[in-house]
Design a binder for this molecule. Structure first.
Ligand code: ADP
Length: 312
């Protein structure tokens, strides 16, 4: 059975729920969101694990309950005494514009590499068939931890594990664009499948188009390149052969927060279930299209299952 390991940070999310200034609490984080959508799509036909670090507090325990209800494996969710989960607030102004404030500088997830190293079970990662991480997963690591992270990824890859990467570039999380670029170049060199967005590369590499991004990544020998571009096309490059798939724009967009995460979840699920790259992009676009018609990064299960046919 496929076993997908999602590596990154999940945060406590507070979103303004009404004009009285009251907040609704939930949990979200890019690779975590993707993991939830993969499990909802693949059901019992795959195992999905989340690798991160949380605190020993009550709120951290609530994440475990959420994971249990989404059937995400918590074997690799380590707990740490000294740090707690990061938190972010979504503010909505009078014009409906959203802004984000973060408290994540000292989050427990920043220590995830130390916990991987401390995991003494020799068989710990043997069953993992796919590892997924993002530029955000990399941005929260110290330079020393990053070196150890690459060693871990190289080791898993040499054991036959598929590596999947989404750069998800967030300038505020990096000390300089060059640091981000160095990390992304390393991630790309170790990846089998990559899922960048056009905006990621426009901002960091000054690439002007999906075609330019494809050329950059094809030159690295990456076999499966999927380039997202909002409600415009998705450009696919498989072993250097390019195809463009048009996206049907959603007319009633409510919240695009996790469009890319949902797309990644749909795409990886469909690929795991044996669909072609092209059919997987179409399935992924449906998953993302459903998610952006609801509020929040992780849409209620009932809304999701009404719109998306599982693959298992
Ligand atoms: P990110 O969240 O990484 O910026 P994008 O904005 O590129 O990701 O969107 C990811 C995917 O979500 C797109 O490839 C598309 O399938 C879907 N999507 C995003 N916005 C829309 C939209 N307005 N209508 C339909 N689909 C959309």
């Amino acid at each position: 059975m496929p076993h997908l390991l999602m590596i990154g940070e999940c945060m406590i999310e507070l979103s303004q729920s009404n004009e009285l200034g009251e907040y609704k609490q939930s949990f979200a984080g890019d690779v975590f969101n993707t993991g939830v959508y993969i499990k909802r799509c693949l059901k019992e036909s795959a195992q999905v694990s989340f690798l991160s670090v949380i605190g020993e507090d009550k709120m951290s325990s609530q994440l475990l309950s959420l994971m249990a209800s989404e059937e995400i494996n918590s074997r690799y969710l380590y707990r740490c005494k000294s740090n707690k989960m990061g938190l972010y607030i979504i503010n909505i102004d009078q014009y409906g514009e959203r802004t984000f404030d973060y408290w994540r500088e000292n989050s427990a997830a920043r220590h995830l590499v130390k916990f991987i190293k401390k995991d003494t079970d020799k068989t710990a990662f043997r069953s993992v068939t796919t590892i997924f991480f993002s530029g955000i997963s990399l941005a929260i690591l110290s330079p020393d931890d990053l070196v150890n992270f690459w060693e871990f990824i190289e080791c898993r890859r040499s054991n036959g594990c598929q590596i999947v990467f989404d750069p998800n570039y967030r300038p505020a999380l990096w000390s300089s664009p060059n640091k981000a670029k160095d990390a992304f170049e390393m991630a790309y060199s170790l990846s089998d499948v990559v899922l960048p967005g056009v905006d990621d590369h426009k901002n960091l590499y000054n690439h002007k188009s999906a075609a330019e991004i494809a050329s950059h990544l094809e030159a690295k020998g990456i076999g499966e390149i999927i380039i997202k571009n909002g409600d415009l096309e998705v450009l696919i490059s498989v072993e250097g052969r390019r195809t463009q798939i048009d996206i049907i724009p959603v007319t009633e967009v409510v919240d695009t927060t996790s469009a890319g995460d949902a797309f990644n979840g749909g795409y990886l699920s469909a690929r795991q279930s044996g669909k072609s790259v092209k059919s997987s992009v179409i399935y992924a676009a449906n998953v993302a299209g459903c998610v952006i018609q609801h509020k929040g990064a992780i849409v209620p299960k009932a809304c999701f299952s009404k719109a998306i046919i599982p693959l298992a």
